[in-house]
Design a protein around this ligand. Structure first.
Ligand code: NAD
Length: 499
């Protein structure tokens, strides 16, 4: 069995803690690798290496740092299929989805090629007599990121590309469930010209995370994952004096107004609800049709589409709509929540509980589910299911529908489907959620905007990627300088003092 490594100081390094976790092929249920779980000492060693390497990298001019990013983009394109294959094999998502995972990370790397422009400071000439004032953005030093399983290429790149373009060293603690692609990305960054020690991958679990949170040299921490862990990391990281941004879970509502194009809305819900087996923080997990008639029409459109979904392994080709979920534990949690929905009185319109795939009986496949007449007190409404389960909550009015989304504790993404510009505009202005789609079900901002939720979906005041990332990974220094004028009358300098 393959034994995975850490990537420290430009080399693959075996784990020395003696602790490992199994990495599965979710399609077959087989263990395909062992992932080392770093000790506090292993993490401390990576920090030492990073601290030694960072000052020289921070002093490299931004244009040269940007050239590393340019080359890295070329290498990502060169190895796209290889990366996507490794990603699908550990995560389970379809091959096109895996390529999308790499692509959406690559786009942030492309944005970081603009580092020379983005890092330009501000200058005030003659702020007073003989006084100039300028602000510069300087790197923080050693930075770290802790990432989730569901985008093992994209989210690490969202963090390390801006951190490194800004002149920092970065230590990545990826998800222990699919750690291979992050290791491959670190290799590619070095092939692109990054000096050793600037990007390191330390695999691990809570012990490695706690070591990051408590290490005095680490200046900033980025986290993406579930809300309870986000809250924990934000609290402990901040109280240790670090700059921290944490992005958590979601329960994204899509409101369907009576005037919406119902085919378009149903198609959108299929992609946004069931794509990637629902394992997306921007998945739509709650449909809120306004009025019973809208709800009936929507359910009628959804059912045949859901029943036509093809669930299978990524090896089955482009025909597959979604693959298995990541682990047996994830499958069990999803099916447990489905059962709670039945027990608490929701109407299970499409029941995927008996789903099984011939030849892949041990894989972690979950059939698609659709619940109707879900109410806000039910667990399937309150909790993030992170599986192929869509809940329909019928609202009597637009006000009730927007109120549902506003009252939910999560605030990552949301959408409204309507032909009414007034309703769409009101929704976009009033909703207390970070990313809003108007007839767009998964409104993920592009690399040059910023990504982030509100409420319990994000902790910290700056978003991911876009201009915010360049703020998060730098600190501002402002210099006020005074050079008393030595110009004498007649325009001659007075160099007497220099004699
Ligand atoms: P997770 O919280 O289980 O794990 C995320 C990271 O935290 C991993 O690296 C893991 O090793 C670490 N971790 C887990 N338990 C820990 C503990 N007790 N102490 C310290 N560290 C710990 O999340 P996941 O299951 O990998 O990912 C799915 C979650 O991520 C979902 O809730 C999803 O909504 C969320 N997510 C959010 C966004 C966003 O931008 N808001 C994006 C993607 C995923």
């Amino acid at each position: 069995m393959q034994e995975l490594t850490h990537y420290i100081n430009g080399a693959h390094v075996k784990g020395t803690s003696g602790r490992f976790t199994d990495v599965y092929n979710p399609a077959t249920g087989e263990v395909q690798a062992k992932c080392p779980l770093a000790s506090t000492e292993e993490l401390a060693h990576a920090v030492e290496v990073a601290a030694a390497a960072q000052p020289a990298w921070g002093a490299v001019n931004p244009q040269r740092r940007a050239r590393v990013m340019m080359k890295f983009v070329d290498l990502l394109n060169r190895d796209m299929d290889k990366l996507a294959e490794a990603l699908s094999r550990e995560h389970g998502k379809t091959f096109p989805d895996a390529k999308g995972d790499v692509q959406r990370g690559l786009e942030v790397v492309e944005y970081c090629i603009g580092a020379p422009q983005l890092l330009k400071g501000e200058f005030t000439d003659s702020a007073g007599p003989g006084i100039d004032m300028y602000s510069m953005r300087q790197p923080l030093g050693v930075t770290a990121g802790i990432t989730p399983f569901n985008f093992p290429a994209m989210i690490p790149m969202w963090m390390f590309a801006p951190a490194i373009a800004c002149g920092n060293a970065f230590i990545l603690k990826p998800s222990e469930r699919d750690p291979s692609v992050p290791l491959m990305l670190a290799e590619l960054m070095e092939e692109a010209g990054l000096p050793k020690g600037i990007l390191q991958v330390v695999n691990g679990d809570k012990e490695a995370v706690d070591a990051i949170l408590d290490h005095p040299v680490i200046q900033s921490i980025g986290f993406v994952g579930s809300t309870p862990i986000a809250e924990y990391i934000y609290g402990r990281g901040c109280s240790n004096g670090k700059r921290v941004q944490c992005f958590g879970g979601a329960k994204n509502h899509m409101i369907i107004m009576p005037d919406a194009d119902m085919d378009q809305a149903a198609d959108a819900l299929i992609g946004a609800g069931y794509g990637a087996a629902g394992e997306r923080c921007m998945a739509i997990s709650v449909a809120v049709p306004v009025g019973d008639e809208t709800a009936d029409r929507l359910i009628e459109k959804l059912v045949p589409r859901i029943e036509a979904l093809k669930v299978g392994p990524y090896t089955a080709g482009d025909d597959v709509d979604y693959g298995p979920v990541v682990t047996a534990a994830a499958k069990e949690k999803i099916l447990g929540l489905v059962q709670s929905g039945v027990d608490q009185g929701a109407e299970l319109v499409v029941d995927g509980r008996d789903f099984s795939l011939q030849g892949y009986e041990d894989g972690f496949f979950v059939g698609p589910h659709l619940f109707d007449r879900v109410t806000p007190d039910m667990d399937i409404y309150k909790q993030e299911i992170f599986g192929p389960v869509l809940s329909c909550v019928r609202a009597a009015s637009y006000e009730e529908a927007i109120g549902l989304a506003m009252d939910h504790e999560y605030g990552n993404g949301t959408a409204i489907f309507t032909r009414d510009g007034d309703a769409a505009r009101d929704f976009a202005n009033r909703i207390n959620i970070g990313m809003v789609g108007i007839n767009v079900p998964i409104p993920v901002p592009l690399a040059y905007h910023t990504f982030g939720g509100w409420k319990k979906s994000a902790f910290g005041d700056l978003n991911q990627h876009g201009p915010d990332a360049f703020k998060f990974y730098t600190r501002t220094k402002t210099v006020t300088s005074r050079w008393p004028s030595g110009i004498k009358e007649g325009g001659e300098f007075n160099f007497k003092a220099m004699d």
